[in-house]
Design a protein around this ligand. Structure first.
Ligand SMILES: O=P(O)(O)OC[C@H]1O[C@H](O)[C@H](O)[C@@H](O)[C@@H]1O
Length: 320
């Protein structure tokens, strides 16, 4: 579910092109394998829709529906796609709420921003607001692979880069950190996926039963997940888990695999969303994040690399 204005840009795309959306440069693809939109601010995937999905334009047309159906969607938004983007994004230099923001080189706020000099760095680190450049686009019939790096140095000793792969079966995002300095550095971070859902409070996240979690809404109290997770309101949890997850919103079963992550963050603000999003629009996302947090920080030594990844795909055997 994305803003109508972004949908229009994608509809006007044949093949690949660059355009401007909400004051940011975006890279767009509309190909036989599906659709992809990436913002160069933050190297942030904003939209992905594989061909053949029930909400893909050609499938919708075959079923007699409009591919840009606004029925039931909050104002300014259209259904379609696996990711959610707010219809009311902050102006630059603010970050875009939605898609897959890259939180780097730390996850969350000043209390956990171990890498900022005085533990007071910006929430989720500087990478998501920074300008990135597209270093390479590897295009082939089955899909596309993008390589991006920040235009400026974001850290004295660490250099990040992002790899985004999209095809008709899956979306895969990697955030790779290379240590180019002299002394060990501790990092955290996240691929802060805003997944589009029919109703956030009717979602089930499978794969976390029995896992322990830190409840950020209860001062990081440690708890056990009893049974599978049903989301019914506000929650902000860091699960100690590297398991593959499945998000079921009643209309789609999305598999979420993670690489280099032993923290799965599940977040929804309930009926008190941040100022850049209405309550109505917020009912259509659930964040399920591939993360490194205070539970599994990564110590990088000079010359070492760390890869944090996430792969979204349809569940095997499920209808497309
Ligand atoms: O509003 P943002 O800075 O994008 O952060 C949004 C959310 O991100 C994570 O999921 C955290 O666990 C939440 O505590 C936070 O509120």
């Amino acid at each position: 579910m994305i803003p109508q204005s972004l949908r229009t840009l994608i509809d006007e795309t044949r093949g690949q092109r660059r355009a401007e959306w909400a004051g940011r440069e975006v890279w767009l693809a509309k190909e036989a394998w599906g659709e992809l939109a990436v913002s160069l601010q933050g190297a942030q995937v904003l939209h992905y829709l594989p061909a053949g999905a029930p909400d893909a334009p050609e499938t919708a047309r075959a079923a007699g529906a409009s591919p840009t159906d606004t029925a039931g969607a909050p104002e300014g938004m259209v259904a379609g796609g696996w990711l959610w983007v707010t219809p009311t994004p902050q102006a630059l230099p603010g970050a875009i709420r939605g898609g897959i923001p890259l939180c780097w080189p730390w996850f969350a706020d000043e209390n956990t921003a171990d890498e900022s000099p005085d533990r007071s760095g910006p929430m989720h680190g500087p990478a998501r607001k920074a300008p990135w450049r597209l270093d390479a686009v590897d295009e082939h019939e089955e899909g596309v692979e993008l390589h991006l790096s920040p235009e400026e140095r974001l850290h004295g000793q660490l250099v990040p880069r992002a790899v985004i792969q999209a095809n008709a079966r899956r979306l895969h995002v990697e955030l790779i950190t290379e240590h180019v300095g002299e002394t060990p550095v501790k990092i955290t971070g996240a691929l802060h996926s805003y997944l589009a859902v029919a109703d956030a409070f009717a979602c089930r996240v499978e794969g976390l039963a029995g896992a322990t979690y830190l409840d950020k809404l209860a001062d990081f109290a440690e708890r056990d997940q009893q049974g599978e997770l049903g989301v019914r309101g506000a929650l902000d949890r860091i699960y100690r888990s590297n398991a593959e997850l499945c998000l079921d919103d009643g209309t789609r079963r999305l598999r979420i695999a993670r690489q280099g992550s032993n923290s799965a963050v599940v977040w929804h603000p309930g009926d008190a969303p941040p100022g850049d999003t209405s309550i109505e629009a917020a009912r259509h996302f659930l964040c399920v994040e591939s993360a490194n947090t205070r539970l599994d920080p990564v110590w990088l030594v000079p010359g070492a690399q760390h890869l944090l990844g996430t792969t979204l795909s349809r569940e095997e055997g499920a209808t497309p």
